[in-house]
Design a protein around this ligand. Structure first.
Ligand code: PLP
Length: 483
């Protein structure tokens, strides 16, 4: 994890206080010292003036009358993403089937090519990342693959554990069936998929989906993950988020991976809520596998293609959900009935990649690379510092459900209020696009590439105005739908 802000931020946050090295120091200082000691409007103006990323907002399609704070659900279109989409549409029009080989670059290796472009964002080698499928499908195939490995006796070293020697049962024996460790704040789809994978191997998910419980309903204490591994020696896979979808808590990937490996378990991650906002070092941390989407902080568009990481040491395994697009590329079109997996993360592709759902990603990665993931993270932390400091100062009836510790904070802030659903509706109606997550959270995501500090201030102004007027109380709740 990158924390661009030290504890030695300058002691003032007034309009002239920007630290020589850290353009975001006034935001950091406001949170650390429990408030602004200059007019926040002037502080925001100074921060925006000094922001090295301020020019990037013009490249994103967010209309001037909208404060878009929902990029953790769906990132906006960018010039570069639309250009790479247009290019592939033109190729389709002009080249037809020839696009698979004659487009520049050819479509045939789109998964591997865009995967390699994404790899630096997660600290991986180019062939350890591929784009394909969706998160949920990738959870199915990767958890399934590693369950199969465990049951073939190929788990990580389990010295001192009874099931270490390849004696995992073939299914249905609770004494030796492998368990998967998750937590009760996970995104539900991950649990659905893992339960299905356990079930399909004859393993009872009620028994073997082991769930770490949150102490506060907002966060998972890493010590509880470690304690669960101490308490249960049947855990074969630890599958955790890099960041929780509701509170935005950022996990310590290296710590959880080490704990998993010490217990003889594989470590897998759902990185949907961090890739593109937080730098990762999956290879250095020894992560076994990870999945994420590209429609949130990677801004590749609604329903855009998923992405996954598989550590090089696992290349060559047969994926649980094998398909022809994961076949060794050189012989894929020989159409053999026997499946030879590609010797790369590419093996976990399944069917034909959705070119039009992958094309925008190419352009959007370029924009993010130009901005630089470390600079994005530094600004993101400053924006959430600024937001939390403003909420603390001006919205006493709102609680912040996101960790204040920067190392444990992802890219969005969870604002808790008993009327969160009505607030979310009323804000969105007034041009502040946020979302509601039950029971009481309004998620506010000031995404670094296109959000200004003045925007954050405007969001707080609108929430304050609503709470003062009570206008949000006129909204109906509980109607469901996509939020
Ligand atoms: C953390 C997390 N995991 C999984 C999913 C499901 O992703 P998909 O619909 O792409 O399978 C989402 C969707 O938003 C998510 O936020």
């Amino acid at each position: 994890m990158d924390d661009a802000h030290g504890d030695d931020a300058p002691a003032t946050d007034g309009p002239s206080s920007a630290d020589g090295d850290d353009p975001y120091a006034p935001a950091t200082a406001a949170l650390d010292r429990g408030g602004f000691d200059a007019d926040p409007v002037a502080v925001a103006a100074r921060l925006d003036g000094d922001d090295p990323l301020s020019g990037f907002a013009d490249r994103f399609s967010v209309s001037d009358d909208v404060l878009y704070m929902d990029g953790n659900s769906l990132g906006p279109a960018s010039d570069a993403a639309l250009a790479s989409l247009d290019r592939v549409v033109d190729e389709w029009r002009e080249l037809l089937i020839g696009g698979w080989t004659d487009a520049d670059p050819p479509w045939f290796e789109v998964g591997e090519r865009i995967g390699a472009a994404l790899a630096p964002l997660v600290g991986a080698a180019p062939d350890e990342v591929v784009v394909g499928n969706s998160i949920t499908v990738n959870v199915h195939t990767l958890v399934g693959t590693f369950l199969d490995e465990l049951r073939a006796g190929n788990g990580p070293d389990r010295a001192g554990h009874a099931a270490a020697d390849g004696t995992w049962a073939s299914g249905g024996d609770p004494d030796v069936d492998p368990a998967v460790l998750v937590n009760d704040l996970d995104f539900p789809s991950d649990h659905y998929a893992i339960r299905a994978q356990l079930r399909s191997r004859g393993i009872d998910p009620d028994e073997k989906l082991r769930i770490v419980e949150s102490r506060d309903g907002r966060t998972i204490d890493p010590r509880d993950v470690e304690a669960a591994l101490e308490a249960h020696d049947d855990v074969g896979i630890v599958f955790m988020p890099t960041a929780l979808y509701r509170s935005g808590q950022l996990f310590d990937v290296a710590r959880i991976t080490e704990a998993a490996h010490d217990a003889g378990a594989y470590a897998g991650f759902d990185a949907a809520h961090s890739v593109g906002a937080v730098p990762h070092a999956f290879a250095d941390a020894d992560v076994d596998f990870a999945v994420w989407c590209t429609y949130k902080y990677l801004n590749a568009g609604p329903g855009a293609i998923g992405a996954l990481f598989v550590a090089e040491r696992h290349h060559g395994l047969t994926p649980a959900l094998a398909g022809w697009w994961g076949h060794e590329k050189a012989t894929q079109f020989e159409m053999n009935m026997t499946y030879t997996p590609a010797d790369s993360a590419g093996a976990w592709q399944i069917g034909t990649p959705p070119l039009l759902a992958a094309a925008p990603l190419e352009g959007s990665i370029e924009t993010l690379r130009e901005a630089g993931i470390d600079r994005i993270r530094a600004k993101s932390l400053a924006l959430t510092d600024f937001l939390i400091a403003s909420v603390d100062e001006r919205l006493p009836e709102v609680s912040v459900g996101t960790p204040r510790d920067r190392d444990a904070r992802g890219g969005h802030v969870a604002l808790e209020h008993p009327e969160a659903e009505r607030l979310s509706e009323a804000l969105t109606d007034r041009g502040v696009v946020v979302d509601f997550r039950p029971p009481n959270v309004v998620r506010v995501c000031p995404a670094a590439p296109y959000t200004a500090f003045a925007d954050v201030l405007a969001v707080v102004d609108r929430i304050e105005a609503l709470l003062e007027s009570g206008d949000h109380l006129a909204y109906a709740v509980g109607e469901g739908g996509v939020t």
